[in-house]
Design a protein around this ligand. Structure first.
Ligand SMILES: [Zn+2]
Length: 218
């Protein structure tokens, strides 16, 4: 997972070179830049696009920020003062008045993308790391035997192992699991779901991580 803390600059619409440097034509690091939004209590809510963060700044809805400014967005030039407006965006922002109504640690949605990320794209039966196209979602207790489609009952499996295991439990198939499937915490989900986490954001998220190492099966 790459992290970078490079300072990004963006010249937005309204500048001298507005057409050439409109947000649609900026380099990919800015396009993939995500701001970490916290609620007013400092709990991580989700990743938001920098454009949405800029709206919060403009509406004076940012209570406080963490980390060094990571993006400067320039606006138009004032007809009265001749000065250009700009916003300094920070990598982590707490939104005024936003308090998470849901549980403290909501369950991340179970998608194949997040499942494969949880298991580091490794087949939990053979330990191989095949291509993305070869990865599948395996139900440890098969659905046909009453197994649920929940984090604790699904693992990443290569196509070959999934076919071989078929409609059996790991015990029946003689295919022991390499690790216990688990539900990622919300913080872990945020880390796993963003491939371009800035250094300040990673530091914050890691400080929020529950201290429980993943259990490996002997
Ligand atoms: Zn496999």
């Amino acid at each position: 997972m790459g992290t970078h803390s490079a300072k990004l600059r963006l010249i937005g619409p309204g500048s001298e070179t507005s057409q050439d440097a409109a947000p649609t034509s900026v380099v990919s690091p800015i396009r993939s830049l995500r701001i970490l939004a916290l609620d007013a209590h400092g709990r991580a809510l989700d990743w938001i696009r920098w454009q949405d963060a800029a709206c919060l700044y403009a509406r004076d809805a940012v209570a406080w920020t963490l980390g060094e400014s990571c993006l400067t967005v320039h606006g138009g030039t004032s007809r009265f003062t001749g000065e250009r407006s700009f916003l300094d965006l920070h990598p982590i922002i707490a939104a005024r008045g936003h308090a998470r109504g849901r549980a403290i640690d909501p369950t991340p949605a179970l998608t194949n993308t997040s499942l494969f990320a949880r298991d580091a794209h490794i087949c939990l039966y053979c330990g191989e790391r095949p291509t993305r196209q070869q990865l599948t979602r395996d139900h440890v207790m098969p659905v046909s035997k009453g197994g649920a489609d929940i984090w604790e009952n699904v693992v990443t499996a290569c196509f070959h192992c999934n076919s071989r295991k078929s409609n059996r439990t790991p015990q029946q198939a003689g295919m022991p699991l390499l690790a216990v499937p688990y539900r990622p915490s919300w913080i872990e989900h945020l880390i796993l779901s963003n491939r371009n986490i800035l250094a300040d954001q990673m530091e914050f998220l890691q400080s929020q991580m529950p201290k429980k190492p993943r259990r490996a099966l002997a």
